[in-house]
Design a binder for this molecule. Sequence first.
Ligand code: SIN
Length: 340
Amino acid sequence: MARLSVEFSTLALRNPIFSASGTFGHGLEMQHIVPPTLLGGLVSKTVTLKPRPGNPLPRICETEAGFLNSIGLENRGVEAYRRDVLPAMARAGTCVITNIGGEKVEDFEELARILDGEDAIHAFEVNLSCPNVQEGKLPFATDPKMAARVIERVRAATRKPVLAKLSPNVSRLSDLAIAVEAGGAHGITAVNTVLGMKIDWRTRAPGLFTVQGGYSGMAIKPIALRCAWECARSVKIPVMGCGGITCAADVLEFLVAGCSAVQVGTASFSDPATLARLPGELDALLESAGISDVRELIGSLRIPRLPSPSEKVAPAPANTARGPREGVDAANALGGAASS
Ligand code: SIN
């Protein structure tokens, strides 16, 4: 499927599709369903310096659309990852990105230093944005200076490409994107989960022990797409889109928004074979659209603009559509909101 190959920083990828951190084990646990060689790459579950038991249960709960998690970065620590996981990852036959997390700037640096010599790892994804530790305060994902500092320190500790995983839970994501680029990031992952919560009003109990957690699934796709676009238009480094992707058309929307690759996460919980199907579906969709190289679409968003006074405006064709879009189209034609 030559039409699917892309580059992400210095990484040459067979296609733009990755598993998202924390949704797919370290990647090989699912190889009986999703052979890694079908994918552009795998992103590991977050690895921390010391083992972490994670947050108390319940730490996953379903909502009307998508689910909430507050796992709390449960993992067995970097030494177990090196000893038990990486030898097999070296035979994955695809790009391996190790996601690293920490509570202090020094933790990230130390992890990059420890893992820098591991040939099985092609790049690091720095998890600046886990909402389920430090009481959801997101210290690294909300303060551009802190985010840049973490990236600088990781860069100093490794020669591998470094991606910064950002949070949607900020008001000006472009400030964070610009900061991590200045800190030396080779790329950005946009975005982690959206802060959310659930309540059972009968028992008055929250759905999660930690009350709030990270919301994911197809409902967050419009938020994630906007975040990815905001990052892509603010920086020169490549962006990996993440959030609510379930089908090939979703992948292409993120590419048109400016992403060079994407990650698929929560969709694998409802159908673990999603990632196995996506590359073929993407290829077929491009073929049906007469597109021979997926890279043509990257950053190809056509931003609407008002005609300049010197441009003659042709009258809009009459809208003959039937169905639920009718009201939206009519309202747009009148320049108003569909619901007003
Ligand atoms: C978690 O382990 O709590 C989720 C990881 C993340 O959202 O970064």
